[in-house]
Design a protein around this ligand. Structure first.
Ligand code: SF4
Ligand code: SF4
Length: 83
């Protein structure tokens, strides 16, 4: 069952798409595409396994929930950084 408040935040632009978080998520709540990573909120139980697994600290845990985070840093999608 998903928690009432999402506490997981994917920091935009930091992901290198290694896939470590996808492998440890017991709920299949992270989707990794070619240049995007997305959190499926309905499935997330805030277990934090993805937070601990990420080698680059891309995924943050916010005990108070992620609703307060600024709109310009969406937690759903991490767009690829263009060089
Ligand atoms: S907090 Fe747990 S359930 Fe949510 S995306 Fe991370 S590993 Fe999956
Ligand atoms: S969020 Fe972290 S663990 Fe997940 S694919 Fe990106 S860099 Fe890898």
């Amino acid at each position: 069952m998903p928690q009432p408040h999402l506490m997981i935040h994917i920091v935009p632009g930091k992901c290198d798409y290694c896939g470590c978080c996808v492998g440890v998520c017991p709920e299949d709540a992270i989707e990794l595409m070619e240049s995007k990573i997305a959190l499926i909120e309905d499935r997330c139980t805030n277990c934090r396994k993805c937070v601990w697994a990420c080698p680059w600290e891309v995924i943050e845990f916010h005990r108070e929930g992620v609703d307060h985070l600024p709109k310009q840093t969406p937690h759903m999608l991490n767009e690829a950084v263009k060089f």
